[in-house]
Design a protein around this ligand. Structure first.
Ligand code: FAD
Length: 451
């Protein structure tokens, strides 16, 4: 049995159950130091937006309570992880460090840290906890990454069922007295103004809440998931922020949904799991193209003639004042709750990049700041999908007509009127949809001619 302490470094895996790094560390039999590092400066780390900072605060508070309940302490440290983790190793004289892998640009930091700690004789282990398949293992016959979703999804299915989730530890031997910073000192919550009221009303961060949401969905709305495009009904899982912070793992989600009872739920299970695998797909893309939030996946889009926003134009979109009811409803839902229904995200995104002809990166950054589920892979991946510049993206010439989308998916206007007061529904649109659609298609034709 090891006597030197073992460090578990948690990142976007803020849970006890199905946490392979935590489980492996417990199995060493050594006293544990469970640490979270607020790193806002290292290369490869994208600083969090406002809504995810709010979520992180509450998620860490919940995690700290859960860890205390089973006998440990959550240690909070801030600074560049490449400095903080080795310093903690020295401070507690740790013999081993465990973490679950991450797959964005920060993995270089992890690789460097692993080799420098190993060179000092520390036992370092990384584990698979956040994706169902490691990105380097799902490849085409030629060994290349998939760029198209459907063959990727089939390849995932061909691999067979993902492993079963690991049980939640009931006790752990936490090393006592390791100094910790306080959560409040990190100032993750908004003050002056505190805009988080609507977010707090809608969401409860933390592992327990995540498991509750999964259970509620599996026994409830899953049966109606085939109507998931209807924003007023909104029969989706709302697991995205929980998955974003790893309060629940995709393995837990996969198996619970596979086990759902009743014919309608079972019929919808595949539809839902396919969406869950879109998350895997985007992370695969990010793994191979780490610059996804800044660079067009399809380089021919580098020459696209995006407009410079007219004064107030971007703000009108951000604040839900475009005069296009479905777009405005979505943007107001986002601002009020940190979330927007997927179909409405598509329509609001399409309006920005096609009707306003503004660069998708402007929209991506706004979503990054305001979504509670803002995710390093899913956000740029979906924005590039909407813009036509991404992997397996919607063709640019397919321009959503928001009025038609509303008549198909919100025919009674129930969703729109939830977010936009009746008198504002009569505001004139800031642009003419038909004219701007024609301009977008002309710009695209020009791009094709030049390439
Ligand atoms: P459900 O339908 O219940 O799906 C379950 C899970 O599958 C989701 O929680 C999510 O992890 C995954 N998933 C579902 N749809 C997608 C998708 N299209 N792409 C990738 N994963 C998916 N999702 C994020 O998690 N973070 C983002 O930052 C994000 N930004 C987006 C930006 C735009 C412009 C668009 C069009 C979509 C974006 N999405 C993003 C995808 C999608 O809108 C959300 O994942 C979904 O609405 C979350 O709600 P849910 O958990 O109820 O989804």
């Amino acid at each position: 049995m090891a006597s030197q302490p073992t460090i578990v470094w948690l990142r976007d895996d803020l849970r006890l159950a199905d946490n392979p790094a935590l489980q492996a560390a417990i199995e060493t039999g050594a006293p544990l130091v469970v640490v979270y590092v607020l790193d806002e400066e290292s290369d490869g780390i994208r600083p969090l937006g406002g809504a995810t900072r709010w979520w992180l605060h509450h998620s860490l508070a919940a995690l700290g309570a859960e860890i205390a309940r089973v006998g440990g302490e959550l240690v909070l440290r801030s600074g560049p992880a490449g400095v903080v983790i080795p310093a903690l190793v020295d401070e507690v004289d740790a013999g081993a460090v465990h973490w679950n892998r991450r797959y964005g640009a920060a993995r270089q930091l992890d690789a460097d840290l692993k080799s420098s700690l190993r060179a000092r004789g520390i036992d370092v282990h990384s584990h698979q906890g956040n994706l169902l398949s490691e990105p380097w293992t799902v490849t085409t016959g030629e060994g290349n990454p998939y760029r198209v979703f459907t063959p990727f999804w089939k390849a995932c299915l061909d691999r067979g069922e993902p492993r079963e989730p690991l049980a939640e530890p009931t006790a752990l031997d936490g090393l006592r007295g390791v100094p910790s910073e306080t959560l409040d000192s990190w100032r993750l919550l908004p003050v002056a103004p505190d805009w988080s009221g609507g977010i707090a009303e809608r969401w409860t961060p933390g592992e327990r809440s995540a498991r509750g949401a999964l259970e509620e969905f599996a026994t409830g709305a899953l049966a109606q998931y085939d109507r998931r495009d209807e924003p007023a009904l909104d029969p989706t899982s709302h697991l995205s922020p929980h998955l974003r912070f790893g309060e629940i793992s995709p393995f837990q989600v996969w198996h619970r949904i596979r086990g759902a009872l009743g014919a309608p739920a079972a019929r919808n299970a595949d539809k839902f799991l396919r969406q869950l695998v879109w998350r895997e797909f985007n992370w695969n893309i990010l793994f191979h193209w780490p610059d996804l939030a800044e660079t067009n996946f399809r380089p021919e889009f580098d020459a696209f003639p995006w407009r410079t926003p007219a004064p107030g134009e971007l703000e009108a979109w951000q604040e839900g004042r475009t005069g296009i009811p479905l777009v405005d409803a979505g943007m107001r839902e986002l601002w009020a709750t940190g979330y927007m229904h997927n179909r409405v995200r598509l329509v609001a995104g399409s309006f920005l990049v096609k009707n306003l002809l503004l660069d998708w990166r402007l929209g991506e950054r706004w979503f990054w700041d305001t979504l509670v589920d803002a995710d390093e892979a899913n956000n740029p991946g979906n924005w590039q999908w909407v813009a036509g510049s991404g992997a397996d993206a919607a063709p640019y010439f397919r321009v959503f007509n928001p009025a038609l989308q509303q008549s198909r998916f919100d025919p009674e206007g129930a969703y729109v009127s939830r977010w936009v007061p009746d008198d504002e529904l009569r505001s004139a649109p800031i642009v003419d949809l038909a004219e701007t659609r024609a301009a977008a298609l002309a710009a695209y034709d020009e791009l094709k001619r030049r390439n």
